[in-house]
Design a protein around this ligand. Sequence first.
Ligand code: HEC
Length: 325
Amino acid sequence: MIKSRDLLRAATVVVMLAGIWNVTPSHAANGSQNYNPWGKSYFPNVPLTTMDGKPVKFYDDLIKGKVVAVNFIFTGCTASCGMETARMRQVQQLLGDRVGKDVFFYSITIDPDNDSPEALKAYAKKFDVGPGWTFLTGDIKDIDMLRSKFGLYKPPQLVDGQIDHDLSMMIGNDTTGRWQKASPMENPEVLATQIGSWLSNWKGTPTHQNPSYAKAPVRLPQLSKGEELFRTRCATCHTVGINDTPMAKTIGPDLTYVTSSRDRNWLVRWIREPDVMLAEKDPLAMTLYAKYNKLAMPNLKLKDGEIESLLSFMEKGAAAMAAKK
Ligand code: HEC
């Protein structure tokens, strides 16, 4: 298989360059300016089509000279890729108008048979993604090759009736040849800092509000299990109680009072299998679905204990809000 061998070869080149640097710095300084093992020679310049139907070349048009975040999704996914898209959206909002200027986001479908440019455009609209973030489709062979090159390829395989795929994204800077795998579970501010500052050679501060380290607590508060789950799995789309990552608009409803306004069994089941309830056309689920842009809440594969922890965290959020009134 090409992928791991190619990756290994590229990694070897990096190591070799590092070696040269140690021995003869002047020589390496000349060479490394022109030579980037993760550049044009590494990424295939395959043709892709944007969600607006525009033909592009992967390396020349999307990657060359840019700081980018690339991930692989498919619009029919009812599991965690919706969460990944929602996380990227948060990062996009934190980076503000830099996205589309000096940082570019790309989401490439792994299901081109079903994801036409129109389908991708509708998906992008559901998530209300801003400019500078392009959804793309292409030939499955080319897309598989790109996934391999990024080390994000998994052979086609169904898990719970869905195509299983690597949920990571790659962030990188083509000019410096610096690439890194990132997890959508990561805190959005950490991701925004990695993309906006670290990869961009500390060019600028990424966020609108620019959090000050002076104000940061000396010790991180101990998060309850429920709060930790909420922050990593739900906060990309929902708020509860105090919203500590102010966003223009959340994707899903605010959940502060949901534990008192909804039937407990309904809630537990909804959090466990929203995809099944939507498929069954549960009336309340359908009303919410219509209200929230027809974006289906993903099935996050939570265990019963995790759902209990989440619900008790949400109950506390409601109590804290009530106490403030
Ligand atoms: C990708 C975005 C996304 C993620 C991640 C997500 N949700 Fe949702 N959620 C939604 C949307 C959108 C709705 C509205 C119903 C619909 O369109 O499916 C919703 C609805 C809900 C509702 C019903 C609200 C009401 O008024 O009755 C609850 C409860 C809920 N989500 C809990 C959670 C919990 C808990 C998590 C984390 C484990 C979570 N959601 C993760 C998008 C998301």
